[in-house]
Design a protein around this ligand. Structure first.
Ligand code: LMR
Length: 391
């Protein structure tokens, strides 16, 4: 049976983790997978998470199943920081990470309306297309960003979405766009909200970096505008980056429905679709987030550490741009990533000659590097002829 299997190509992002670990050069720089590091190169367990783990260890007295919806208080707490406390007809379900939320959302769309297309802006996280396709959704593409000029192609995007049919889904990055760092501004969110309402489209917001762009409220301001305008919407939420819970696979899917009756049917359908997938979600990460939300002290500790992480990423952006004016656009972009206009051979030379690791697309994770590496990064980019003089 298995002789029919062909070796799949390695995942281009995940392969970087191993390649970087195996590189023995002392001055190597990891701009690959989207993981936050502090200025000493560590991905810390956040202080509030550590304390919540201590509390969990002391107080948890059973590991019996919670049910397919997961930790309900965790889901409610997240919903409150995403959409605010007054949010009728929204139902949420805990998922294994943001990827689980996207996959469940794709299956929900395919179950609800198989003819709907999911419109994805390019470039995007390389896993978006595969996740939606694996969830049996039909994918259509629109152009979001021009890497050569570092510009959001807003008019092109609006034109493409004007051809979308009623019930089609539009995937949008809530904040800290992956891979470009180029976020929509509020005027653009408002225009999209108008189009969504006018054409009966369904927004699907991928909120994977909440609080790592402009702050906890500002990072969901666009999402809230669009949620107000749309009768139906989906949100995939990840706690990987903003709680540093990467390997604990902690996330949730939220769906807004036009009325309570429909919302309850959606909640039951989500649980029903989760059952043959992961049956019930892993508990640990969600329990920690719940414990953090139950304590004013822990909540304060978490949000202030998040502010510090965000400030470090801005400092790295400023340090690199300060050395090389052709990279000034880095300062206007937000979150972990920017996408440099690099050829595959330039990316390869950066790795082989300079030990600088990045995704094959030229995406760089600025949160992966030390500020003191800024000069060496710019020198390496110059050495491989990577700095486009028109930028
Ligand atoms: C990334 O974009 O690097 C992260 O979200 C990790 C992943 O799963 O691809």
């Amino acid at each position: 049976m298995f002789e029919n299997l062909k070796n799949p190509p390695p995942d281009s992002l995940l392969a970087l983790i191993k390649a970087f670990q195996e590189d023995r050069r002392a001055g190597k720089i990891d701009l690959g997978v989207g993981v936050y590091r502090d200025d000493s190169g560590r991905t810390p367990v956040m202080r509030a998470v550590k304390e919540a783990e201590r509390i969990l260890l002391e107080t948890q007295d059973t590991k019996a199943y919670l049910g397919p919806e997961g930790d309900v208080e965790f889901v409610e707490a997240l919903q409150a920081i995403i959409v605010g406390h007054y949010a009728p007809n929204i139902r949420g379900l805990q998922t294994p990470g943001g990827s689980g939320a996207l996959r469940l959302g794709a299956e929900l769309i395919a179950a609800a309306r198989p003819s709907s297309r999911v419109w994805i802006g390019a470039p995007t996280w390389p896993n978006h297309g595969p996740v939606f396709q694996a969830g049996s959704a039909t994918v259509a593409w629109y152009r979001y960003f021009d890497v050569a000029t570092q510009t959001i192609m807003f008019n092109e995007m609006m034109e493409a979405l004007s051809t979308a049919g009623r019930g089609d889904v539009v995937l949008l990055h809530g904040s800290c766009h992956n891979p470009t760092g180029a976020d929509l501004d509020l005027r653009q969110w408002t225009e999209i909200a108008g189009l969504v309402a006018e054409r009966g489209l369904v927004p699907f917001i991928d909120q994977a970096y909440h609080g790592l762009g402009r702050g906890l409220d500002d990072d969901v301001a666009g999402l809230r505008v669009i949620l107000d305008a749309a009768d139906e919407a989906l949100i995939a939420y990840s706690c990987d980056k903003n709680f540093g819970l990467y390997r604990d696979r902690t996330g949730a899917l939220f769906v807004k429905a036009p009325n309570a009756e429909r919302a309850d049917i959606i909640a039951n359908t989500m649980a029903n679709l989760a059952r043959p997938n992961w049956s019930m979600p892993p508990d640990h990460g969600a329990a920690l987030v719940r414990i953090i939300f139950q304590s004013d002290d822990l909540l304060h500790s978490w949000s202030s550490e998040l502010v510090d992480m965000c400030a470090r990423i801005r400092d790295v952006r400023q340090a690199v741009a300060g050395i090389e004016p052709r990279l000034a656009f880095l300062v206007d972009q937000r979150g972990l990533f920017s996408n440099l206009a690099l050829s595959a051979s330039q990316v390869e030379s950066l790795r082989s000659r300079h030990g600088v690791y990045m995704a094959p697309s030229g995406r760089i994770n600025l949160a992966g590097m030390r500020i003191s590496d800024a000069g060496r990064l710019v020198a390496a980019l110059n050495d491989v002829g990577a700095l486009n003089p028109t930028l």
